[in-house]
Ligand binder design. Structure first.
Ligand SMILES: *[C@@H]1O[C@H](CO)[C@@H](O)[C@H](O)[C@H]1NC(C)=O
Ligand SMILES: *[C@@H]1O[C@H](CO)[C@@H](O)[C@H](O)[C@H]1NC(C)=O
Ligand SMILES: *[C@@H]1O[C@H](CO)[C@@H](O)[C@H](O)[C@H]1NC(C)=O
Ligand SMILES: *[C@@H]1O[C@H](CO)[C@@H](O)[C@H](O)[C@H]1NC(C)=O
Length: 665
């Protein structure tokens, strides 16, 4: 009896230590060589852990824009072993983060060893505090900060100089992560092969700051179908700063041209006189900040020597803003494939606007919306009745893109968007993993919707493949694979003319000349485009492009247009039941009293309903609350806990059960 009790206590202690200090994380990112952040998105909140190589203070924050305001959490372990965690905000990037009057980050544990400071905490997605950033599916800019020293007092005045800072874009919620359950099929490890698609000593030009380099390669020499189950970047050491993105495309051009191209080490992309290799479907892609992609256990990307494609093109976008001399690069992608086939072949479907001059983006506008359609006729003849499952999405625009959505319309009803980003960053393009696969059925109409900001441009931007031109594409990974690979549309010529206020073109004139209306008669199309008064007529242009007809363009995997879709003009789908985003109002009232207002410098927040002078703890008191939860153990690291996590709850349940068993024996 006594022995069992002791055993129980021992078990409890063991579990406690184990649960508190180790945990399985869904995501992780090394922000710099000294700063590792791990996190797990839960139903209502996100749990974070930062492991930073410093014994001073550490800070992690989020911002969604370039307004130089950020939501930050600062923490440290002081000389007495007490753990501090403070919810703060940055109003101006030159200043230190100030205390929030509402403390919405909750400490789970913290300790420091000889080298690192480790803090674990959680917060709600939406804390309802205007000082905190809502964490959504959008791209977030992560900011971080740390210092060799810690603040001098509990109030947390930070040391004036010497903080290390950084920022980078990241998906917190929809970031891809390796599957939890590793395949257990006997011998799986030995059946993994790698295919490295690498550049060969590409020389960066000395007089240009960007280079798009394209290299055609042949698929690995295999004699039957294999599945790619993941891929990752291989970056030549020291060259990270010169790489912007790498994309591997499937090629469907003439076999002879492709074979010829694959014998060379590559060339500058999209040269006008080069043969068309039709490399358009994305097979794999890497961009700054990405660590690659893992296919879900039920699907893999098929490498099939019989059905093809047999050729691929690696497009590498180099940047060299400082024009460093004598830089050569041999970076690329590594694809991991296996002959142990998964249940489904994954496919890639691109939805968007065909890269073409008819896609017009007027200059100097804050918001220009363009839409590419995947029409009913295209989905109904390619998608099986059981539907396809979309599990990952990558959005693609060039530099003007600010927001992207992939919309889904079924029988006049608009469903929630398959994916949506209102804070899209064109310099951060990687697959986002959908939390749950989304079903698409035959007859669904999909719209890739891109919102651009052309405020920085003095001249018009047209659709096209080069980075100066624009594009609007959303590529989706799904299974099982269907025959369609591209589902695009293009504004019809009547729509383009109407959007420019042109009624009629003169027949047979070259160059094309306007006939009506009278005030434009005799002008060429080009002159009209150049002289159009966008400031005055932007709204009517936008309305005409939005409501106008478009030409659907759906291609199968062999590069042929699908039958019955080759019409000149198709119409915007009828949406009788539009999608309404549910906005849950914030229940929480931000506690704010006179002292905290003073301390938190919240004077700039609009608080008309400021009658709440409750005794709610202000920031300093809350800091003490957090500290009082911290327990001190005589040996080992100092740990503060809180029974928030499910893991902890499970432990407590186990221990209780254990004692119950003891009691009834
Ligand atoms: C301190 O903790 C960090 C994070 O858990 C770990 O990576 C590091 O190895 C530890 N250092 C020592 C000296 O124990
Ligand atoms: C992300 O998107 C999914 C699916 O659209 C949605 O269910 C989820 O609530 C979103 N998550 C957040 C944090 O907004
Ligand atoms: C759809 O296909 C039918 C034939 O199956 C054709 O008559 C119709 O014009 C097509 N509609 C569009 C908008 O492409
Ligand atoms: C204060 O809030 C109430 C409802 O919560 C609202 O009806 C009222 O207009 C608000 N007062 C001000 C000054 O905004």
């Amino acid at each position: 009896m006594k022995n069992t009790t002791v055993l129980c206590q021992l078990l409890a202690l063991l579990l406690f230590v184990n649960v508190v200090t180790s945990r399985e994380w869904k995501n992780s990112a090394a922000l710099d060589n000294n700063f590792l952040v791990l996190w797990t998105p839960n139903e209502k909140d996100i749990v974070f852990e930062v492991q930073v190589k410093t014994q001073g203070y550490v800070g992690l924050g989020f911002t969604s824009d370039e307004r130089h305001t950020a939501d930050m959490v600062i923490g440290w372990v002081d000389n007495n072993g007490q753990v501090h965690l403070q919810d703060r905000h940055v109003k101006d990037s030159n200043r230190d983060p100030q205390m929030d009057s509402s403390q919405d980050y909750h400490l789970l544990l913290g300790y420091e060893n000889k080298t690192h400071t480790v803090l674990r905490f959680y917060r709600q997605y939406d804390t309802c505090d205007p000082r905190d950033l809502k964490i959504t599916n959008d791209t977030l800019q992560i900011v971080w900060q740390y210092h060799v020293e810690e603040p001098v007092s509990a109030a947390g005045l930070l040391p004036p100089h010497g903080a290390v800072r950084g920022s980078r874009p990241l998906y917190l919620v929809q970031r891809d992560s390796p599957p939890k359950r590793q395949p257990t099929i006997h011998g799986i490890q030995s059946s993994l092969h790698t295919w490295d698609v690498l550049n060969q000593q590409v020389k960066l030009p000395m007089e240009q700051d960007t280079l798009l380099w394209c290299r055609v390669v042949q698929m690995p020499n295999i004699n039957r179908k294999h599945h790619v189950i993941k891929y990752e970047p291989i970056i030549q050491p020291g060259n990270q700063q010169y790489l912007h993105h790498m994309t591997l495309y499937e090629c469907r051009g003439k076999e002879l041209d492709l074979e010829e191209a694959s014998k060379m080490s590559g060339s500058v992309c999209y040269q006008p006189d080069a043969p068309s290799l039709q490399c358009t479907s994305i097979a794999a892609t890497w961009s700054l900040g990405s660590e690659g992609f893992n296919y879900p256990l039920e699907a893999g990307y098929a490498l099939d020597p019989e059905l093809g494609p047999r050729y691929y093109m690696l497009e590498t976008h180099y940047t060299n803003p400082l024009l460093d001399n004598f830089i050569t690069d041999s970076s690329g992608l590594r694809l991991v494939y296996t002959n142990q086939l998964r249940t489904h072949d994954a496919g890639i479907l691109s939805v968007g606007i065909d890269p073409n001059w008819r896609h017009i983006i007027p200059p100097g506008q804050r918001e220009v919306v363009s839409e590419g359609h995947c029409v009913t006729n295209c989905t109904s003849q390619t998608i099986p009745d059981t539907g396809v499952n979309m599990f990952a999405v990558i959005m693609h625009t060039h530099q003007l893109g600010r927001k992207v959505r992939l919309r889904q319309i079924r029988a006049s009803e608009e469903l929630p968007p398959i994916a949506s980003d209102s804070n899209y960053d064109p310099n951060y393009q990687e697959y986002r993993r959908l939390q749950k696969p989304v079903k698409v059925y035959p007859g669904d109409h999909l719209i890739a919707e891109c919102t651009y900001s052309s405020e920085t441009r003095q001249t018009m931007t047209l659709g096209g493949l080069t980075t100066r031109e624009e594009t609007c594409l959303v590529s989706v990974l799904y299974y099982p694979r269907i025959e369609m690979s591209l589902c695009y549309s293009l504004p019809s010529l009547p729509t383009v003319l109407q959007s420019l206020g042109i009624q009629k073109l003169k027949q047979g004139a070259a160059p094309v000349v306007i006939e009506a209306p009278a005030e434009l008669a005799g002008m060429t199309l080009e002159e009209r485009l150049m002289r159009y008064n966008w400031d005055k007529s932007f709204q009517s242009f936008q309305d005409a492009t939005h409501r106008g007809t478009f030409k659907p363009l759906c291609w199968n995997r062999k590069g042929d247009i699908l039958p019955n879709t080759d019409v000149q003009e198709a119409h915007y789908p009828r949406i009788l039941r539009p999608y309404k985003e549910s906005t849950r109002p914030c229940a929480k009232k931000t506690p704010r009293n006179k002292l905290s207002r003073l301390f938190g410098e919240d004077g700039d927040l609009a608080t008309p309903n400021d009658t709440d002078d409750s005794d709610e703890a202000n920031a300093v008191e809350r800091g003490q609350l957090v500290r009082s939860k911290v327990s001190r153990s005589s040996e080992g690291p100092v740990i503060g806990i809180n029974s928030h996590t499910n893991n902890n709850k499970a432990t407590i349940m186990l221990i209780i059960t254990c004692f119950i068993i003891v009691a009834f024996r």
